[in-house]
Design a protein around this ligand. Structure first.
Ligand code: AVJ
Length: 316
């Protein structure tokens, strides 16, 4: 990794995969950059703000569901809880308080955010060993040796699985099954298909927090990859793609722009977009089918009264 000197004088590391994904994505047609690069420190903070928005129903719906469901999960004591994409671990205490777990392994791509929330969680659950893993869980994740012999409960909330198209989701589910091992269980949150009148505002809120979250990707490119992107020339767009059953987020150029990233020139015409995120939504059958294709057997499923969000417990 290459050292990058930030404005505050702190050296930080630029992930070579970030550079590669950005350069490839800006050159591709349609232009697209994977959503996982939203989550630098600022992006992770903005995402936490999104979860507090009145329009963003998934977070509060899932949190309420977890409160109701966790005490009735019937997980055997002594499991290691392995959370994929733990972020600030806001939902985790609800799970950890309800089951008698032996260890907690949060995995996240945003390192300093991860360590801070791991510390806070350790304080909230004294005596519970916490083993944070800074990793992109889309690549093979080595689980800490300390939990090797414990039964595993995978925790994959937030409908993060929705960021992937079906074949990548299946690959990831199969990989999780490998990492978690024989006899593992998985508790996964999946967002349901619903009216675009509910979906679109959830990704295009009145306060513009989601817009800031999307645009922060361009700021991050400028910060970390020596970019000269005129961020104010881009506008946040959220659209419901009914055929693919997904919300798409884009950054649309409002005028012709020319800029450099990592010394390479790019030109984007007015009206062209950079596709930055997919958030796939699943019906009950589609969701269960995806899990089965990923090697997991759904054993119990819970939804909120509106059927907006589902929590599914699976067995390997
Ligand atoms: C974290 C992927 C579940 O798709 O709802 C929220 C990310 N993007 N608002 C989602 C997100 C814009 C979120 N996930």
């Amino acid at each position: 990794m290459l050292k990058q000197e930030a404005e505050d004088g702190q050296a930080s590391l630029v992930d070579p995969n970030f550079r590669a994904d950005v350069l490839t994505g800006l050159s591709a047609r349609p232009r697209a950059i994977p959503a996982r690069w939203f989550y630098d420190r600022r992006g992770s903070e903005l995402f936490e703000e999104i979860t507090q928005l009145p329009e963003y129903y998934p977070a509060r719906t899932e949190t309420a569901l977890l409160r109701e469901v966790c005490p009735r999960l019937g997980i055997a004591p002594g499991a290691a809880v392995v959370e994929f994409g733990s972020g600030s671990s806001v939902k985790t205490p609800t799970l950890l308080a309800a089951i008698d777990s032996a260890a907690y392994v949060p995995i996240d791509i945003s390192g300093d955010f991860l360590r801070q929330s791991a510390r806070e969680l350790g304080q909230a659950f004294p005596g519970l060993p916490v083993h944070p893993v800074e990793a992109d869980f889309l690549r093979p994740v080595p689980l800490p040796a300390q939990v090797a012999d414990l039964p595993k409960l995978g925790f994959f909330p937030g409908s993060t699985i929705g960021n992937m198209n079906a074949w990548h989701a299946v690959d990831l589910l199969r990989a999780m099954r490998e990492w978690l091992g024989e006899g593992a269980q998985l508790l996964i949150g999946m967002d349901r298909v619903k009216s675009p009148d509910v979906l679109v505002p959830a990704y295009d809120d009145a306060q513009g927090v989601t817009a800031a979250f999307n645009l922060n990707l361009l700021e991050r490119i400028n910060r970390e990859l020596g970019g000269t992107i005129p961020v104010d020339a881009f506008r946040h767009r959220a659209i419901w793609n009914a055929d693919a059953a997904r919300i798409e987020m884009h950054l649309e150029a409002q005028r012709d722009v020319a800029f450099e990233v990592d010394g390479r020139p790019f030109a984007i015409a007015a009206g062209e977009t950079i596709h930055t995120e997919n958030s796939h939504k699943y019906g009950p059958n589609g969701g269960r089918m995806l899990l089965r294709a990923g090697g997991w057997t759904p054993v119990r499923e819970w939804t909120d009264p509106d059927d907006w969000f589902a929590l599914i417990l699976c067995e390997a």
